[in-house]
Structure formats: structure tokens, C-alpha cells
Ligand binder design. Structure first.
Ligand code: ADP
Ligand code: MG
Length: 192
């Protein structure tokens, strides 16, 4: 490497990236997102957290994990709203990514291209164990991927699926322990 090149590299803009945290419900995605965001805050980085409008289960103003940890967040109606609200942030957290449309992929790419660290958490499978868009597309373009596992409520094995207790057949039914259970491959009932 020439002197010029090495100098160029050292003066390069910050390189951004995408981190995806995915898994079933109750697997600790939100918990892990909050942990990473808090660490970024300790590092004195400017942080911004978003969630889709559809998820107001626990709070309008924060992301909340099933073990009652929370972090302030802003609700956005569509993925592209995240762009204009993130211009001064260095680290961007996005929870419940499966409730956004495919536009989210381009939004995350643009943020990462402009030097930001983007941490996205979301369900990788729906209650039928089918890939939940736009998570597969995000997983394909991410630099880092973490797959979290819950505990199967039937047998205690690591669980990577979400069982819906009710008979509802819509893909999106927002709910918690009243509607969903974490289940392993063996105890997950695939409903048609
Ligand atoms: P996610 O965002 O993936 O739905 P959360 O981060 O909100 O998960 O919640 C994780 C927490 O849920 C765990 O730390 C644990 O306290 C609680 N929990 C409840 N049921 C289960 C389960 N079946 N398996 C694992 N954790 C569970
Ligand atoms: Mg969550």
C-alpha cells in the first residue's frame, strides 16, 4: 500500500453497517436491541430508536421487552420516515421490523451507506413458520446477524418458532402472551 493510499484510508468517512437481531417471539430480540443501544449511549454516540405504528402493545413512546425493560422510541408510520428523523443520529435502532414493508431494506441500506450503525430487530418467521418479509431481505444485506432463541413452553428446548394460540388466520395479529407462545420445531403446530 502506498503512503497516499494509507493516508486516504485513515481520512475516510466512517463506514456504516447493518446488524440484524432475529428470532421467534420471547427470544429476547428487544432485550438485545436495548442492550446494544444502551452500550452505544455509554460510548456517547447519538442514538435514535424507532418502531412501527402498528405496535402499541405496551407503550407509544418506548420499545418494551417482555421482561419489562424499555427504551424511549419514536413511532413512525412508514419506513422512509426514519430517514429524515435520523440525519443527526450515529446509531439507529429499529424494533418490530417485520411490520414495515420492503421499503425498510432500502432505508437501512441508505443509512448504513451514509456511515450509520443500523440495528434492526424483528421476527424472522410468522406463526406458520414462513419467512416474514422484509426480514429475509435484511438478513441478506446485513453485515452482522444474531439469531436469538426462546424457550419452548412445552418441553423447554430452544425455541425458534412462534405458535399462535387463537384461531385467527391474518398474518399480522398484534399481541403478547395472550396470543402467542414460543415453541420448538417439534411442538410448533403448522396451521394451514
Ligand atoms: P422478543 O422481543 O424477542 O419478543 P423480549 O426481549 O421482549 O423478546 O423478551 C425476552 C424475555 O421474555 C426473556 O428475557 C424472558 O424474561 C421473557 N420470556 C417469557 N416467555 C419466554 C419464553 N418462552 N422463552 C424465553 N423467554 C421468555
Ligand atoms: Mg420484541
Amino acid at each position: 500500500m502506498s503512503m497516499n493510499e494509507s493516508l486516504q484510508i485513515r481520512t475516510f468517512k466512517k463506514v456504516g453497517h447493518i446488524e440484524v437481531i432475529c428470532g421467534s417471539m420471547f427470544s429476547g430480540k428487544t432485550e438485545e436491541l436495548i442492550r446494544r443501544i444502551r452500550r452505544a449511549e455509554i460510548a456517547k454516540q447519538r442514538v435514535k430508536v424507532f418502531k412501527p405504528k402498528i405496535d402499541n402493545r405496551y407503550s407509544e413512546f418506548s420499545i418494551v421487552s417482555h421482561n419489562e425493560q424499555s427504551y424511549p422510541s419514536e413511532v413512525v408510520e412508514k419506513a422512509e420516515d426514519i430517514l429524515e428523523k435520523s440525519f443527526d443520529a450515529e446509531v439507529i435502532g429499529i424494533d418490530e421490523a417485520q411490520f414495515f414493508d420492503n421499503e425498510l431494506v432500502e432505508v437501512c441500506q441508505t443509512l448504513a451507506d451514509t456511515g450509520k450503525r443500523v440495528i434492526v430487530a424483528g421476527l424472522d418467521q410468522d406463526y406458520k413458520a414462513k419467512p416474514f418479509e422484509p426480514m429475509p431481505q435484511l438478513l441478506a444485506v446485513a453485515e452482522y446477524i444474531t439469531k436469538t432463541l426462546a424457550v419452548c413452553v412445552v418441553c423447554g428446548a430452544p425455541a425458534n418458532r412462534t405458535h399462535r394460540v387463537t384461531e385467527d388466520t391474518d398474518r399480522v395479529v398484534v399481541g403478547g402472551e395472550n396470543i402467542y407462545e414460543a415453541r420448538c420445531r417439534l411442538h410448533h403446530i403448522v396451521k394451514e
